[in-house]
Ligand binder design. Structure first.
Ligand SMILES: C[S@@+](CC[C@H](N)C(=O)[O-])C[C@H]1O[C@@H](n2cnc3c(N)ncnc32)[C@H](O)[C@@H]1O
Length: 209
């Protein structure tokens, strides 16, 4: 969902450069330094940042790179961390489709996709973050044994994504059609909170390289 620009958004984006790599900084030392850590986790479509912020606090020795293409969503995320000192968290304002050429030589231990946009119309399916071409990009940047973990409320997207997986070399570790949210290596997202309140079953798969 497209977020409305707020008057405070630009100021928050400008004043929190410590946590943010903007679209024109994809070659920056800040990003390269972060990518040089050995224990990297990627979240794509981070929204207002709740998942990455909670996970970074829970796992201080893991480095969380959170990708989000809407700068206003990142302004909300940055507002939550601006008074904090979280060294293992970096947000990148970019469309994930343009990210892989920049990070193809780095390896991640986990990639999280949380409540990705469903793009239900056939002609839009290609934009899905679980489309086979994207799954293949994730496979390339995962370490051996690294995992892709996908949660969604959306049945159509979930079932199609299980089909897309068949076009890849990923091994299925776990499929839940009603995930209870209790895994330690996980955190509630904004959308998940919303859907759990409505008692919508949360679907999740974990696959491994
Ligand atoms: C439905 S929201 C879910 C946000 C959050 N993950 C949650 O669960 O609360 C999907 C988010 O993914 C972002 N997104 C969609 N496609 C993207 C892409 N290609 N690259 C980066 N972000 C993307 C959208 O801007 C939006 O903020």
């Amino acid at each position: 969902m497209r977020l409305k620009r707020k008057p405070w958004g630009e100021e928050v984006l400008q004043n929190n450069e410590r946590y943010l790599v903007s679209q024109n900084e994809l070659e920056s030392q800040k990003l390269l330094d972060f990518l040089s850590f050995d224990n990297l986790v990627l979240e794509i479509g981070a929204g207002k940042g709740d998942f990455a912020i909670q996970m970074a606090k829970k796992y201080p020795s893991i480095h969380f790179l959170a990708i989000e293409m809407q700068s206003m969503a990142l302004a909300y995320a940055l507002r939550k961390v601006q008074e904090e000192n979280i060294e293992n968290l970096l947000f990148v304002n970019v469309d994930a489709h343009f990210l892989f050429e920049k990070i193809s030589s780095y390896k991640f231990q986990t990639i999280f996709l949380n409540f990705s946009d469903p793009w239900p119309k056939k002609r839009q399916n290609k934009r899905r973050l679980t489309y086979p071409s994207m799954l293949k990009e994730y496979y390339n940047i995962l370490k051996e044994g690294g995992r892709l973990i996908f949660k969604t409320d959306n049945d159509g997207l979930f079932n199609d994504s299980l089909e897309y997986l068949k076009e890849t070399n990923f091994k299925i570790v776990k499929i839940d059609f009603s995930y209870d949210g209790q895994d330690l290596y996980d955190a509630l997202t904004e959308y998940e909170t919303r859907f759990r309140k409505l008692n919508t079953p949360i679907k999740r798969f974990i696959v491994e390289k």
